[in-house]
Design a protein around this ligand. Structure first.
Ligand code: M6R
Length: 611
């Protein structure tokens, strides 16, 4: 979702603004703009569409100046257009905003009644117009600006990360954060405010994560942060993202690179968390000697939700604990009955997903004594900071909007979590724990083998020509895999796809089946194989083309299947990790064959920071 950058530099800032915006392209956007200050004047340049359009325009006529703000906009209020793109201007001020100003209608009406003109349809434009109204026409100094800034922000309801720049009066970036991510940075060439650390790779050496409710300003010589009217100190920490981690490393797409990184990610997870039969999560040591709770609630969105669904099978089977899994956007509004002796586990790649964060807050405010754990790929994120314990996913920066390596990292960490609790609570023997851990170690090699089958999967793309949809079927832990396979295909190829529990197929989707509905069947020896094969035959009997992902021996594979993708033989924890790779390849190659924007698919955002 929207990406924000602000720079006060020791030299020209246009190229830093553009660099940072490029690094935030992965968040998803549909227009972009920058505003630069020069000799007491603010000049904006904005374009609809990709950043390329803005770059072209700036190449023809650059903007000079040593302070500026920039923005990639993911449209919420108003179409993607130059007028609606940020930054937005008031008299002598420019503002970029991520979030939603829920009371923008009433603020807009009030401003219009006072004679103020709006240029856009956005909710965000009320911010600079309120600010310039608070400031009046005069060129006040920093003290008056601090009051006007505070007064403006206090009138806003909803969620926001905001950075404002003045034409005259001070050399500061003015910021405020509530509900949307925002951090500050400093480096040799300047000071910064940005939506994420990746934006500042190569620019900042240190970063400071703002807390919800923080408001203040940063200049080359000073940073001031206030919370509830009082000045607060926050910690600077070393920049967590290196420049190297953000490149494509010779791959055509980030998604492709990230698919190939998966064996390394799994190896890193095993090296970091497993020593012999001991599984230790350093940042969640509160799990050591844990007593099994009465109930575990898992809440997440999208792909992270699918990982949670798979873990439910493992938790129930090995721990015999009652598990509830929900999408965060439903959980937070359905008045869930939480009760004592319940753990919450949230899962998130970004750690900034608005609904997941609110679900955590709801859980903690209802039952502060219950444990809230998160499995998150960004240990500095809001979700990680607000949870009682974090297990980092160790997947490294994931840039492709379609989540791949963070998903398999979630599955691997969840498997280790189940094994750890099962062993410590003495519901799994040492021998069984060792056997499962040995199987987990096989995943690295097995994934390498599967990555070697990329061409074989690519050869299947013609099966997805001229279709009216695709169906993915699985049972047990492979059912969430079917959901994930369908989501991947939808996201990046824009084909309609549905994942279904294979046993549910007869209750509706079977009506869709014909020769133009390819069906991907996930059939694992460990999960109800014969029942899945019956479903496969029912699909074949109705003329569908079938792609079978299976770890069955060759001689057992049913006849007349249109394509078979062999999986290494897995145990109950590892099959989902294996099956993920061909599903990701399938989506990737079908998307490529259709010429879509694989890394930044239309309408999607990497980090969904508004609900
Ligand atoms: O950062 P999160 O894991 O919380 O994000 C959740 C979803 O937005 C995310 O998984 C989304 O579904 C991806 N585009 C999936 O590829």
């Amino acid at each position: 979702m929207c990406g924000i950058i602000g720079v006060v530099g020791r030299g020209e800032v246009q190229s830093s603004l553009l660099d940072a915006l490029k690094r935030m392209e992965y968040r998803g956007y549909d227009s972009a703009g920058i505003c630069v200050r020069n000799s007491g004047f603010l000049t904006c340049r904005k374009e609809a569409g990709k950043l390329f359009n803005l770059e072209q325009s700036l190449a023809k006529s650059p903007l000079a100046g040593s302070a500026g703000i920039g923005h990639t906009r993911w449209a919420t209020h108003g179409i993607p257009s130059r007028e609606n793109a940020h930054p937005h201007l008031g008299a002598g001020v420019a503002v970029v905003h991520n979030g939603i100003i829920e009371n923008h209608e009433s603020l807009r009406k009030k401003l219009i009644a006072d004679g103020v003109n709006f240029q856009s349809e956005t909710d965000s434009e009320v911010i600079p117009l309120l600010l310039s109204t608070e400031l009046g026409a005069a060129e006040f100094g920093t003290v008056e600006m601090a009051e006007a800034w505070q007064c403006t922000v206090e009138q806003l309801e909803g969620t926001y990360a905001i950075v404002a720049l003045r034409a005259k009066g001070d050399d500061c970036l003015w910021f405020a954060r509530r509900g949307s991510p925002l951090l500050l940075g400093r480096g040799a060439a300047g000071v910064y405010a940005a939506s994420d650390a990746l934006a500042l790779a190569g620019l900042a050496d240190e970063v400071l994560y703002l807390e919800d409710g923080d408001i203040g300003c940063i200049s080359l010589s000073n940073v001031e942060i206030h919370q509830h009217g009082a000045q607060v100190e926050r910690c600077w920490q070393s920049m967590p993202v290196s420049e190297q981690s953000s490149g494509k490393a010779g791959f055509d797409h980030f998604m492709q690179k990230e698919i190939f990184e998966q064996p390394r990610v799994i190896a890193d997870i095993l090296n970091a968390y497993v020593q012999g039969v001991d599984i230790t999560f350093p940042e969640a040591s509160l799990l050591d000697d844990a007593v099994l709770p009465n109930r575990i609630v898992m809440v997440a969105c999208g792909t992270s939700y699918h990982a949670a669904l798979t873990a439910r099978y493992w938790l129930e089977r090995y721990l015999q604990v009652s598990v509830e899994v929900d999408v965060a956007s439903e959980y937070r509004y359905r008045n869930p009955v939480i009760g004592p002796d319940t753990w919450l586990i949230t899962l998130s790649q970004s750690g900034e997903t608005a609904d997941t964060l609110e679900a955590l807050r709801l859980f903690k405010s209802n039952t502060p004594d219950n444990l809230a754990l998160t499995l998150c790929n960004v240990p500095e994120s809001s979700l990680a900071r607000e949870s009682d314990g974090t297990i980092p996913l160790l997947a490294g920066v994931e840039v492709g909007v379609a989540s791949t390596k963070a998903y398999t990292a979630q599955l691997a960490v969840l498997a280790l979590l189940v094994l750890k609790i099962a062993y410590e609570c003495r519901v799994m023997s040492e021998a069984d724990t060792k056997r499962h851990l040995a199987a987990m170690r096989q995943v690295v090699d097995g994934m390498h083998v599967l990555l070697g089958h990329a061409d074989q999967v690519q050869a299947l793309t013609p099966l997805f020509d001229d279709i009216h949809g695709a169906l993915f079927l699985g049972r047990g832990p492979c059912f969430p895999l079917a959901l994930e396979g369908a989501l991947k295909l939808k996201e990046i190829s824009y084909l309609h796809a549905e994942g279904y529990a294979a046993g549910e197929m007869k209750h509706g989707p079977i009506a869709l089946i014909d020769s133009r509905l390819p069906v991907v069947v996930l059939a694992a020896r460990k999960y109800h194989l014969q029942k899945v094969l019956s479903n496969l035959r029912e699909v074949q009997a109705r003329g569908a083309k079938v792609i079978l992902l299976t770890d069955m021996a060759d001689q057992d594979i049913p006849d007349n299947v249109d394509a078979v993708i062999p999986l290494p033989e897995g145990d109950s924890f590892t099959t989902p990790l294996f099956a993920a790779i061909p599903l990701q390849f399938l989506a990737y190659y079908v998307a490529r064959s259709r010429g879509t924007d694989v890394d930044q698919p239309r309408n999607l955002a990497k980090s969904v920071t508004v609900e």
